[in-house]
Design a protein around this ligand. Structure first.
Ligand SMILES: Cc1cc2nc3c(=O)[nH]c(=O)nc-3n(C[C@H](O)[C@H](O)[C@H](O)COP(=O)(O)OP(=O)(O)OC[C@H]3O[C@@H](n4cnc5c(N)ncnc54)[C@H](O)[C@@H]3O)c2cc1C
Length: 426
């Protein structure tokens, strides 16, 4: 099989890169083994919430400029301040074209509310989720936090504890319905995706709306766990129209409904642009000649190779097995790329869970075009994008989605420029 570009890994980075290249007229394939981090995401996309030294960032664009000066090995520094700003302007449009409606600005973080009720700086949030312009500036004074009876991945008491610190009056409500009984028989089935499938039916949404109308009495707004809209776009609007009160969604513990929706929407967009998506397949090995990757081989296609002019390594970090830790070293399993890491395992982590662990910044070594370095030299047509890059701490710095999407756009632009189908990327 011959393509212009083969992308290995179909998470946020792989799909962003694939969409951009397909838009540029490339014949593009994504080979992806399985679920990605987006299935676990919050419904918000982070650009930069903190500098590496812990200083909070209010204006991510300005923060990236500062970071580029002081931490030159950070992916944003490699991509470059102006490029980052340009790509950050393109991302909301790319998401909206895929059907993911987001709000937010690269010059001003807003705050999303975590499943534990904490405020966290972020860049873009899917419409319908509870956000605040500043910490504590909630759009209500009295709120009812509603859960689905028996759903254990949402914690109204913790959320209320946080909201009450800002003077918000909180009440609780519970919803139950005979259609939920089937999944409730087995407590391990009471997961977000199964519940959300029940609420894809009009009759169940109507029943929920009726209960929410009752619970809304005396409240300015309602908060619901994100358990609606796995296969339809209109669920929240449907409820709001019938209830007549503002309703805000909060993310639950994984699996994440907004994440699953976003994954499906991006995959659909890539395919609609002519891309080929090989889900459930795994790239096992690669052949290189004279500093170029010629072909890769996958588990499902055996000795039938995937050939391309360019390849993109978007296999993520440890979470997705894009990086693997052996007892004494860190390995990138497909290309055996050079990896930025530390020699002694004892230096990889500390004993405190919430610390900034060294291993989180381990990743594939690249040149300033994000081309993968192997045995000290860049492979001419292999780019690394996303969570597998070295030099950043996605959680502490609050930059996971931003690094994935901006690096993907940077690599896509390089690839499109190097091909015979160049395209305007502004
Ligand atoms: C649990 C979790 C939650 C997160 N939540 C957020 C959030 O809410 N907001 C935010 O901004 N950031 C979040 N992040 C940070 C996250 O890293 C990025 O946002 C981003 O989603 C990472 O995307 P990626 O495509 O780079 O990697 P991944 O999402 O890890 O995707 C890599 C893909 O490559 C595939 N793959 C791996 N090896 C192979 C192979 N050999 N062949 C074929 N396919 C392969 C994997 O199956 C996977 O599908 C979260 C991270 C984690 C781990």
């Amino acid at each position: 099989m011959k393509f212009d570009t083969v992308i290995i890994g179909g998470g946020l980075a792989g799909m962003t890169c694939g969409i951009r290249l397909a838009q540029a007229g490339q014949r593009c394939a994504i080979v992806s083994q399985g679920q990605s981090a987006i299935h676990f995401s919050s419904g918000s996309f982070d650009l930069l919430g903190q500098l590496p030294d812990g200083e909070p960032v209010l204006d991510p664009e300005a923060g990236i400029a500062e970071l580029a000066g002081r931490w030159p090995s950070h992916p944003y520094a490699v991509i470059g301040t102006e490029n980052c700003a340009r790509y950050a302007r393109q991302v909301p449009e790319l998401l909206r074209e895929a059907g993911i409606r987001v709000t937010g600005q690269a010059q001003h973080n807003h705050f999303r509310i975590t499943p534990m009720g904490k405020s966290r700086a972020t860049w873009l949030t899917i419409d319908g989720y509870l956000t605040t312009p500043q910490i504590g500036e909630f759009p209500f004074k009295r709120v009812c936090i509603v859960n689905i009876e028996g759903f254990l991945d949402f914690y109204p008491e913790f959320i209320a504890e946080e909201l009450r610190k800002f003077g918000i009056e909180c009440r609780f409500g519970n919803f139950n319905h005979p259609d939920l009984e089937l999944i409730r028989r087995n407590p391990s089935e009471m997961r977000s995706a199964n519940i959300a499938r029940v609420f894809d039916h009009d009759a169940d949404l109507e029943a929920l709306a009726a209960e929410l109308r009752r619970l809304a009495a005396g409240c300015d707004a309602l908060i619901l766990p994100a358990l609606i809209g796995i296969n339809r776009n209109d669920s929240l609007e449907f409820l709001k129209q019938r209830v007549g009160h503002p309703i805000y969604l909060l993310p639950t513990l994984p699996p994440s409904i907004p994440g699953i929706r976003a994954q499906q929407a991006l995959q659909h967009r890539f395919r609609a642009l002519g891309g080929e998506y090989f889900l459930g397949d795994c790239v096992l090995s690669a052949q290189t000649e004279q500093g170029r990757v010629r072909r890769v081989f996958t588990a499902n296609h055996g000795d039938i190779p995937f050939e391309a002019d360019h390849f993109v390594l978007a296999t993520g970090s440890f979470f997705s097995k894009g990086l693997v830790a052996t007892p004494d070293r860190i390995v990138e399993p497909v290309f055996e790329a050079d990896v930025v890491s530390r020699p002694g395992r004892a230096e990889w982590y500390t004993l405190h869970f919430f610390d900034r662990h060294e291993y989180q910044a381990f990743g594939v070594r690249t040149d300033n075009r994000l081309r993968v370095i192997r045995q000290g030299a860049p492979l001419e047509n292999l780019y690394c994008v996303g969570a597998g890059l070295a030099g950043f701490h996605p959680v502490q710095e609050g930059c996971g989605a931003g690094v994935s999407m901006l690096s993907a756009l940077y690599a896509a632009e390089s690839i499109a420029r190097a091909s015979d189908k160049p395209v305007a990327f502004d």
